[in-house]
Structures are given as structure tokens and as C-alpha cells.
Design a protein around this ligand. Structure first.
Ligand SMILES: [Zn+2]
Length: 333
């Protein structure tokens, strides 16, 4: 038996092709009684979310992540269920990895139509409550000033903050804790608390089928952002790196992510992702000097879209990611 870390390998051609182009992967079998399909994200990247359907031994269908709430996706859910010889009324539970609208998405609509209970982590419910509360302009403007954002860019970022905070309020039916089993008759799928991307992010492990549902904890083709939910208790980057270490232990398992394509090689991808963030902290540490602001530091970092092209939400997100790395670098001194 080899103990070396195997490289990452896609395990679905159709998902891999869709992720590389602009298509959305069709319904496909992952294991007996376990299927996945893609749901389009309107006007944002990545361009699709992967949703998973698990069939129980009593004729029920259980969903993990639901995709963005659009009529197109609602129709796609109906088609996927139909292709499996099931109806919407067979959906008996919905579980979401985290609060973002591409994952929690259609949960409220599915619950309204079927009565299926929705489960998420207890801390994620706190995040939803926090993000759906009205945003105080004064607080945002103080933070932007603290980051050294030039005055003529603050209105744009305040608007972006409002956009990001426009969360519908939502109350889950079941609040999960680390280690608890999902309510799926005949299947043992356990929740593991994997904070970082959001404070109450969950992954789900099926030990018997050797699969792990990752949500946005670990993706094959991009590095997920950190600290994008409710206010975390502690450093979300440290939480995130600890979560990566937890899933690294499942290297023999097939990874079922929230975007991109399913793959093997969890340990190697976790290591790459962790070093991306460690490097970012070091890069920020090297750029800091007593009078530099988050804005100054962010302007000197490399961004996929290019710093001068960033505006609105992507700019706000770049600044908040930089400030997390800055606070972390400061603690290291
Ligand atoms: Zn996502």
C-alpha cells in the first residue's frame, strides 16, 4: 500500500467538460441510489452548483444542496426527479452545506411544496439571522474607512455590502451538530462541521460508499473564499485550515463538491488549497508596514481579474479576504 499522496483526478467526464466550458452537467449516477446534477447560477461564477439526490429504502428522496432559486432550476429539479421515477412529493428531506443562495437556494420553495424539513448547522442558522438583519450604513462606512478605502470608492462598496446582505430570513427545521446522522432511512450519512468558508459550513460523510459531500469546503478548480457567512468566533482562516486537515483524512474517498466536478485525491487538493492561503498570509505579511492600509496591501496583491478591474462585490470580497490575512499576519509578529 502506498502512503504517498495521490494526485487529484476528475471522476466524472461530463462534469469536467461542463466546468471547463459553459454547460451544466446532466443527471448522473454516482453510486447506487446516489445521483448528482448541475443547476445553473444566474450571472455569477462558478456557473453551476452540483446538487445530490439520495434515495432511501422507503421510496423517499433526500437532497444535499439545492441550487439557486430560479424557475429554470425548479424545472430542472422536477426533471431530475422524473428521470429517477420519482415526484416532488417524494422529497422527504433537504440538507444544506451552508447558507449561500447557490446551496440553500431552493430549500424554502421545496419545503413549501413538499413539507420536507430543511437541516443545516446550528451556527449557520445564526449566520442567516445575522445576514438577514438590516445593515447599518454607519458600521459599513466605518469599516471601509478603517481599511483605507478612498472616499470616492466608498459609495460603490456600501452598495455592494447592501447587495450582499439582502438575505431572505429563513428558519431551518433541524439544527445539526458535528457528528450527527442525517435522517435518511437505510443510509448512515454523518455531518462534519467544517467552518471557514462560512462559520457553520458542513460536509457530509458516507463511510459505507466512501464518498464525502464537500459543499464549498474544497473545490477541484478554484480556491473557495473564507469568512463569507456570519461573524466567526475566532480566525476563519485557522478554522478553514483545520477543516481541510479533517477532510484530508478521507483521502480514500471520492470527493463530491458543490461546484466543478467530482474527484479523487482529497489530501493533495487540500494541501494545495492550504498552501494557497498560507502563501497569501506570507505575501500580505511581506507587504505590510506601519502606515499601510488594507487597501494599499490589496492593491499590491495578484488578483485573477486584475486589481484595477475589481469593483463592487468582487472588490468588497477582495478587501475582506485581504483584511483576514492581514489580521492573521499581525498576530504572527
Ligand atoms: Zn457555492
Amino acid at each position: 500500500m502506498s502512503t504517498s499522496i495521490e494526485g487529484m483526478q476528475p471522476t466524472s467526464d461530463s462534469q469536467f467538460q461542463a466546468a471547463a466550458g459553459d454547460g451544466v452537467p446532466p443527471l448522473e449516477r454516482v453510486r447506487d441510489g446516489l445521483f448528482s446534477y448541475g443547476l445553473r447560477q444566474p450571472g455569477t461564477l462558478p456557473h453551476f452548483t452540483l446538487s445530490y439526490l439520495l434515495l432511501d429504502d422507503r421510496g423517499g428522496v433526500h437532497l444535499i444542496d439545492t441550487g439557486w432559486d430560479t424557475d429554470e432550476n425548479w424545472a430542472a429539479l422536477g426533471e431530475a426527479l422524473g428521470a429517477l421515477k420519482h415526484a416532488l412529493s417524494d422529497v422527504t428531506s433537504v440538507t444544506v452545506t451552508h447558507l449561500h443562495p447557490d446551496h440553500l437556494g431552493m430549500a424554502a420553495r421545496i419545503r413549501a411544496a413538499t413539507g420536507a424539513p430543511v437541516a443545516l448547522h446550528r451556527i449557520e442558522q445564526d449566520g442567516i439571522d445575522e445576514l438577514s438583519a438590516p445593515l447599518a450604513d454607519e458600521e459599513v462606512l466605518t469599516r471601509l474607512a478603517g481599511w483605507g478605502v478612498p472616499e470616492d470608492r466608498r459609495a460603490e462598496l456600501l452598495q455592494a455590502a447592501h447587495l450582499r446582505s439582502r438575505w431572505p430570513s429563513f428558519t431551518a427545521d433541524r439544527l445539526l451538530e458535528d457528528g450527527e446522522l442525517l435522517d435518511i432511512p437505510g443510509r448512515a450519512v454523518r455531518a462534519i462541521h467544517t467552518p471557514g468558508h462560512t462559520a457553520g459550513h458542513l460536509a457530509f460523510v458516507d463511510d459505507e460508499r466512501e464518498v464525502v459531500f464537500l459543499g464549498d469546503l474544497l473545490l477541484p478548480n478554484q480556491f473557495p473564499g473564507i469568512g463569507l457567512g456570519g461573524t466567526p468566533d475566532g480566525d476563519p482562516i485557522d478554522h478553514y485550515l483545520a477543516s481541510l486537515a479533517v477532510v484530508s483524512e478521507l483521502d480514500a474517498f471520492e470527493a463530491l463538491p458543490g461546484h466543478g466536478y467530482r474527484f479523487t485525491g482529497i489530501a493533495q487538493r487540500s494541501a494545495e488549497t492550504a498552501s494557497h492561503h498560507e502563501n497569501r498570509t506570507s505575501e500580505v505579511a511581506a507587504l505590510r508596514h506601519p502606515s499601510s492600509t488594507v487597501w494599499d496591501v490589496a492593491a499590491q496583491l495578484t488578483w485573477t481579474a486584475g486589481w484595477s478591474n475589481l469593483s463592487g462585490l468582487p472588490l468588497l470580497s477582495a478587501l475582506s479576504q485581504t483584511s483576514l490575512h492581514e489580521e492573521r499576519a499581525a498576530r504572527r509578529l
